[in-house]
Ligand binder design. Structure first.
Ligand code: NOJ
Length: 545
């Protein structure tokens, strides 16, 4: 039986994702920055009570994809600050016990990166092979049928050297050739650079993309009925992506990357979390490594696209528990900078239920900034759109979930210093009602529900590291489970997904005491043989059996 000491911070803790452009602007240019994050560390560590922050990219970048097009892997973009500010951020975060996870973007660099500039300058340049170049077909068309996630062919013709280069995303994001050992060495050197600056881990962008079929074979076409689970990707979804990503030797790279992290983990455990949009459970789980020697956690995105029904959600949780290799650690994600916001997907009551689900399941939760106050997607008029994906494929833009954090009811929601004229994306119109300051003063607010759940999770080993046992036969609209860690009070979590009140029979769990309800305060002893739940209510109950 495991004891609490055997668990690492990234297993016990809660991760909070910050999109640096949108969290806090300290200098009045309308764009968030690292100093802004430093200024809000007390909010994160004390007011909210999370344990780690993951920062989306802050590296120098032409910002074609807002930082996911990196032109220098070992520096900070002036718009976000500089290396000294970054060091200060790490220092101040660590003083508060907050860990820092940064984004690592290995699949592609910016086309402005000197590596690519060299590579494209001549077929004989020593860095030519750092990217994926190929000849056209005899008729001049691209080497194969691979598509860019952001629309159109994944190949761009380069006139200087008369070859195509591969870009799985924008043409401004050429794919690096990880089969070239020099690329791997250069990218691992970048990891060391940040580990030496004391970061606690990496979120790895499109982890599975870095190895492709060396023969560059065409992808097979997908039967129309068989679509991606979480979001329609348009034309991209018409293929089975077996050759343009996830070639089996991808695992060799992550085994090496893990060794590197292990080398740095002797006195300070570091973590690797992979962004992996793979919805086949076994394939997904393979990224833990056959001996748990690859990623610490592949992000689990299955809850992002699930139909919000009790049994469907339960099925995901049970499938995850069943597929995890022995000793592997689960995790759950309910929002990020690429997805429709949680409160927009589920509505206000659904967002409350989701908060309880996320923070009571077994596994590391990742929260997306602003979801704790129920920020909703903002409609951005075409003229103000920023996201290149949305500009290329109407309807797939991600600006709506990236708007400035709503701190208070002052002009521009307290996101910028007073006097700032505009922000890079518009502030949501609802900021006067939906903001941190107001919700802190409302006992029943979503923010206060998150704070309660986080505070309870911090002191409850059953939630942090306890086992998960689904409870059968409660009601088809209910997802109920038990969390237990030896020596600590067992808990049951009962979530009513329906729009009706329900009365449930849970007598086998003995006497219960409600510690948190997703609705109004309801801390009371309850009758488990006749447990009453209001519509869409979730309860966390300490039980004696
Ligand atoms: C996944 C990131 O989450 C997304 O924002 C980005 O556009 C692509 N990877 C390309 O780097």
């Amino acid at each position: 039986m495991s004891t609490s000491n055997e668990h690492f911070w990234w297993q016990r803790g809660v991760i909070y994702q910050i999109y640096p452009r949108s969290f806090m602007d300290s200098n009045g240019d309308g764009i968030g920055d690292l100093q802004g994050v430093i200024n809000r560390l007390d909010y994160l560590s004390i007011t909210l009570g999370v344990d780690a922050i993951w920062l989306s990219p802050f590296y120098p970048s032409p910002m074609a994809d807002f930082g996911y097009d990196v032109s220098d892997y070992t520096n900070v973009a002036p718009v976000f600050g500089d290396l000294e500010t970054f060091d200060q951020l790490v220092l101040h975060a660590h003083q508060r016990g907050l860990k820092i996870i940064i984004d690592f973007v290995p699949n592609h660099s910016s086309d402005q990166h000197p590596w690519f500039q060299n590579s494209r300058s001549s077929r004989h340049n020593p860095q030519r092979d750092w990217y994926v170049w190929a000849d056209p077909k005899p008729d001049g068309s691209p080497p194969n049928n691979w598509l860019s996630v952001f629309g159109g062919s994944a190949w761009e013709w380069d006139q200087t050297t008369n070859q195509y280069y591969l870009h799985s995303f924008l043409k401004e994001q050429p794919d690096l050739n990880w089969r070239n050992p020099q690329v791997k060495d250069a990218m691992f050197a970048a990891l060391r650079f940040w580990l030496d600056r004391d970061v606690d881990g990496f979120r790895i962008d499109v982890t599975h993309f870095i190895m492709k079929d060396p023969a560059l074979r065409d992808n097979p076409l997908k039967p129309t009925a068989d679509r991606t689970m979480h979001k329609s990707l348009g034309e991209y979804d018409s293929q089975i992506h077996i050759h343009d990503q996830g070639h089996p030797d991808v695992h060799r790279i992550y085994r090496e990357l893990r060794l590197l992290l292990d080398e740095y983990s002797l006195d300070q455990p570091r973590v690797s979390i992979g962004e992996i949009h793979i919805f086949d459970w076994d394939k997904w789980a393979s990224y833990y490594g056959s001996n748990l020697d690859e990623l610490h956690m592949p992000f689990n995105f299955q809850l992002l696209g699930v139909e919000w029904q009790a049994q469907k959600v339960r099925k995901i949780v049970d499938s995850l528990e069943a597929v995890l290799p022995p000793g592997a650690w689960p995790n759950y994600v309910l929002g990020n900078h690429d997805e429709t916001r949680l409160a927009s997907r589920l509505g206000p009551l659904g967002a409350r239920l989701a908060a309880m689900l996320l923070l009571t399941l077994r596994g590391t939760p990742t929260l997306y900034y602003g979801d704790e106050i129920g920020m909703t997607d903002v409609h951005i008029p075409p003229k103000k759109q920023q996201d290149p994906w949305g500009k290329r494929v109407p309807g797939l833009g991600r600006d709506g979930c990236r708007t400035p954090m709503q701190w208070d009811a002052s002009t521009l929601a307290g996101f910028t210093p007073p006097g700032t004229q505009r922000t890079w994306l518009p502030v949501a119109e609802n900021f006067q009602q939906v903001n941190v300051e107001i919700q802190l003063h409302q006992p029943g607010s979503l923010l206060n529900l998150y704070r309660k759940l986080l505070a309870y999770r911090k002191i409850a080993p059953a939630l942090q590291i306890g086992n998960y046992y689904p409870i059968d036969g409660v009601h088809e609209d209910c997802f109920a489970f038990r969390r237990y860690h030896p020596g600590h009070p067992p808990l049951i979590v009962v979530l009513n997904f329906s729009a009706q009140d329900l009365t449930l029979e849970l007598s086998e769990h003995g006497i219960g005491y409600i510690v948190i309800s997703t609705n109004l305060d309801r801390e009371e002893k309850v009758d488990l043989p006749g447990l009453h739940l209001r519509k869409m209510e979730g309860l966390m109950i300490e039980v004696d059996r």
